[in-house]
Design a protein around this ligand. Structure first.
Ligand SMILES: C[S@@+](CC[C@H](N)C(=O)[O-])C[C@H]1O[C@@H](n2cnc3c(N)ncnc32)[C@H](O)[C@@H]1O
Length: 303
């Protein structure tokens, strides 16, 4: 499974990994961050979460290739380290840590590398991408009940346009919402190609179609997975679970996520912000990896 992690070395440096420490990777994805943490532990503990069952299963396969050891249950010991995989939402982080045993409650470092992985985008069955014609699903967690298709066919015009404005600041939100409602009078919206054709009909002037399409897909994905809501819930748990001196590193790709994080820590006396402004990838990294262009890293340390 391939995912080119943005600012990988910065993330690892900021976590200041202690050999015997306890670390949580809340967004396992392709596993690069988890493997890097694991490489630096000796007698330590790594807990890796992902809401997407495929990410967990793929990590097990990668692990087997790397260490020639089968990852049979969801927890195993590798040399002197314990690694635990949890297929859950990071909004349940505190319960997860408590369930693993009280002694693990105090964490030395946590990483959130938000959004979707290249693996998810490249898989047409997940419906995140407009690059291939696919079903408009967009659930990272298949236990969720509502898909992007349900939203597109069920929301009122006003709700659709405010969702696009709120989550993607799309200038043609109103026109797109109007054309969605018009489209569904003749047939329901099922495929990503339906949505691309609606956006195409809605934009005017010199607009580059795929800028608008990508914003609309992002807004739907954020809504389907309640991405801003679960992030806010998860932040509230951090003061209780982080050890004094422990660090939390965030990588965001959306201004709404970055704003939530910035405001939460601005009003929280339990943490010190390690950077006044977010760290961004170099031009060189951006030229090699398009996803890096909107990435921002923020780091906080528990007092
Ligand atoms: C950008 S990728 C992480 C990439 C990873 N750091 C790597 O090195 O490959 C984000 C991952 O987080 C997962 N994810 C997103 N929101 C989540 C949530 N609320 N709880 C748990 N996992 C989540 C996604 O399913 C995806 O696999």
């Amino acid at each position: 499974m391939y995912h080119d992690t943005v600012l990988l070395q910065n993330i690892i440096n900021e976590l200041e990994i202690k050999e015997k420490g306890v670390y949580v990777d809340t967004t396992l994805g392709g596993g690069s961050v988890s493997f890097e943490i694991l490489n630096r532990l000796k007698g330590g503990n790594l807990i890796s979460l992902d809401i997407d069952t495929d990410a967990i299963n793929n990590f097990k396969l990668e692990f087997e290739k790397k260490y020639s050891k089968k990852f049979i249950s969801n927890s195993m010991t590798l040399e002197s380290n314990t690694i635990t995989l949890v297929n859950e939402n990071f909004s349940k982080l505190k319960e997860i840590i408590l369930n693993l045993g009280k002694e693990k409650l105090k964490i030395n470092g946590i990483i959130y590398d938000l959004g979707v992985s290249s693996f998810q985008i490249d898989n047409p069955k997940k419906g995140f991408s407009y690059m291939s014609d696919s079903d408009l699903d967009m659930r990272m967690d298949k236990r969720l009940k509502v898909t992007a298709r349900d939203l597109l066919n069920g929301m009122y015009e006003k709700e659709l346009s405010s969702m696009f404005e709120r989550y993607s600041e799309e200038p043609f939100s109103k026109d797109i919402a109007r054309n969605i409602v018009k489209f569904r009078k003749t047939k329901s919206i099922e495929r990503s190609s339906d949505l691309v054709s609606i956006v195409k009909r809605s934009i005017r002037g010199q607009a580059y179609l795929y800028h608008h399409v990508s914003r609309i897909f992002q807004a739907l994905r954020i809504k389907v997975n309640n991405e801003l809501g679960v992030l806010s819930d998860s932040l509230l748990l951090l003061p209780d679970i982080l050890e004094s001196g422990g660090r939390v590193v965030f990588l965001t790709y959306h201004s709404g996520e970055d704003r939530i994080i910035k405001h939460y820590f601005l009003h929280n006396d339990n943490f010190i912000s390690l950077y006044k402004k977010p760290v961004t990838p170099s031009d060189e990294e951006i030229s090699k990896n398009r996803r890096a262009r909107s990435a921002k890293m923020r780091v906080y340390e528990k007092k």
